[in-house]
Design a binder for this molecule. Sequence first.
Ligand code: ZN
Length: 334
Amino acid sequence: MIDPTLPLCDLHRHLDGSIRLQTILDIAGQHGIQLPANDIEGLAPHVHIDSSEPGLMAFIARFKYLIEILVDADACKRVAYENIVDAKHEGIDYVELRFSPWFMAQRHGLDPLEVVEACLDGIRTGERETGVRANAIGILSRTYGVETCHQELDAILACRDGIVAVDLAGDETGYPANLFVEHFKRVRDAGLHVTIHAGEADGSHSVWSSINDLGAERIGHGFRSIEDPVLVEHLMKQGIGLECCPTSNLHISAVGAYKEHPIKSLADHGVKFCLNTDDPGISAIDIAHEYNTAAPAMGLSAKQIRQSQLDALDMAFLGSGDKIALRSTGINEA
Ligand SMILES: [Zn+2]
């Protein structure tokens, strides 16, 4: 269960995987975009994952209508802003929202730099209005290849002051981390943090490469680290935390059932982790679901769940002063 005396963080949430059904309907209506249904009830089965149809391809197909409505900078700003308002409704104190400007720009031929600026604008407006603390993480979509990722990074680094970290996402097996050594040297030289999607579709060697070749300070998912005891020891000793997104892992069939999720064993070995939603607009979940339903179903003890809530704050890409301030906010609210 969520401990209300501690700050609640979500460090792994894709901004473009978290779009309201009503927003899809609104923007599609304004721009004459055809949808398979014109009300929330009819649209939901086309956007939300139905557990009877899991798998990576089914999951990716769900992005179709989310990306379809990113018609201009205003749409990107609205989606980013609503992410913060929704985080507030979920009781989240601090959220890190990540997005690939290239992926968001592609469908309607937008300028990736304009996408970054619009998302940051929406996030800052949301922060001011709600009091939720937020940071943005730029994603390089490895599936587009090495050259395009340099261009995507150009757009991210042009807005360096509004971005806290850079991530690598997409086809982990086809585009291994070591193809992106130069990109992440640029990221680190710019003074940004590094988190990498790894150890989800591919094995422990992908996690090693993300740490050793790219300088990952945190790992997105990373549950296949369990395949290598030396890596488990390394994660534990170096304090490299895993961003665990339990329901998302089930929805792409990377894990068969909550009770089979390796995070329980990793936690028992002392590896730091936090609980996150990944793409809540597709998985149709909120952060409370991951804490109150998924975490106990994975076999995590109440103590481990509470520790993960503390570790989320520890893993956050925030300065120590900000972490102390957030911690005291949680205490005051209790
Ligand atoms: Zn993710």
